[in-house]
Design a protein around this ligand. Structure first.
Ligand SMILES: [Zn+2]
Length: 317
């Protein structure tokens, strides 16, 4: 395996990092030469299935027994890896964080610096569906999102099903249940969901457990997730081997989250993984780039190219 990572740092950069106000210019320049494109698949894991539930803008401390009783209980299960200190990207916007969650690399590589996705490097550091489809194109991948840039700029190029029409959180929930229960319009093996209305409530009313609108929105999403997880539990009892992740892109404080990496209410958010038998690593607090290595590990997909490019680690050994 040839893994050559050439790292150029310019002498002026050190002073630039502390003085500049636009974080994107503080990125080191990476020239990455990952020539090996081999993908091995552990066939003993080839029936494994993945559900990732994304909730935009989760301030960790809002996830309480009163506000989100299901997620609270889910976090306490012995079969769940959970942290409320998952570290977000230094650029605390949605675009950079969803991109890091879905590519397994930090924003300096995928170069999604904001929510416009302009001049990004997602063709070099693709959405993880790319590696799954190359490993086995018969695996069915789907992405259902309220915030459509995720599908528009990232998922659609690789997914079997990634609609780009604007839908509500309730429609995300309904479409998820249609996919999982009725295989309509397809029967997903790997499903990503994105709920956006909590972030909307945070921007309009404030990101805080004491803000009624924020708490009520999280309570509604909690109910959706409870029903979706119940669907997965039924599938598990029918012999399907599913792992469930619950992730978020950033927290929030006041009515915002941009430029908030020095604020603990913004830079930490939740990260869950749940599986009946997998053991999760101890003494590791996840970051956004750990999701994809964990998914590929669980599915038994070993991509030399991804392993050369990735920044995160699997939370399973
Ligand atoms: Zn966001």
């Amino acid at each position: 395996m040839k893994q050559q990572v050439l790292f150029y740092s310019f002498l002026f950069l050190a002073s630039f990092v502390t003085s500049c106000t636009n974080d994107s210019t503080a990125c080191e320049e990476w020239i990455i030469n990952c020539e090996d494109t081999g993908i091995q698949v552990d066939t003993s894991k080839s029936n494994r299935k993945v559900l990732i539930i994304g909730i935009d803008g989760v301030r960790s401390e809002a996830m309480t027994e009163d506000i989100s009783p299901f997620l609270y209980e889910f976090s306490n299960r012995p079969t769940t890896y959970f942290t409320d200190r998952n570290l977000v990207e230094r650029l605390t916007f949605s675009g950079p964080n969803w991109s890091s969650l879905l590519t397994g690399v930090h924003f300096c590589k995928h170069k999604v610096f904001d929510n416009k996705y302009s001049n990004n490097e997602l063709s070099v550091f693709p959405h993880f569906f790319n590696y799954i489809e190359r490993a086995n194109s018969s695996i069915v991948t789907a992405s259902i999102v309220n915030w459509i840039p995720i599908n528009q700029y990232s998922a659609i190029a690789h997914a079997d099903h990634a609609p780009t029409n604007q839908i509500t959180d309730q429609e995300v929930f309904e479409q998820a249940q249609e996919l999982l229960q009725n295989q309509t319009p397809i029967d997903p093996d790997v499903l990503f969901l994105h709920f956006d209305e909590l972030d909307g409530a945070g921007h309009e009313f404030g990101y805080h457990p004491d803000v009624t609108e924020y708490a009520n929105t999280l309570n509604t999403i909690d109910g959706y997730i409870q029903q979706i997880v119940a669907t997965i539990e039924t599938k598990r009892s029918n012999g399907e081997d599913w792992i469930i992740f619950v992730v978020s892109d950033h927290g929030g404080d006041g009515k915002g989250h941009g430029g908030g990496f020095d604020n603990e209410h913004i830079k930490y958010t939740i990260f869950y993984a749940n599986h009946p038998t997998e053991s999760f690593i101890q003494n590791h607090t996840s970051t956004q780039v750990d999701l994809v290595p964990s998914v590929l590990y669980f599915m038994g997909i070993i991509s030399d190219e991804f392993n050369c490019k990735k920044d995160g680690i699997s939370i399973m050994l």
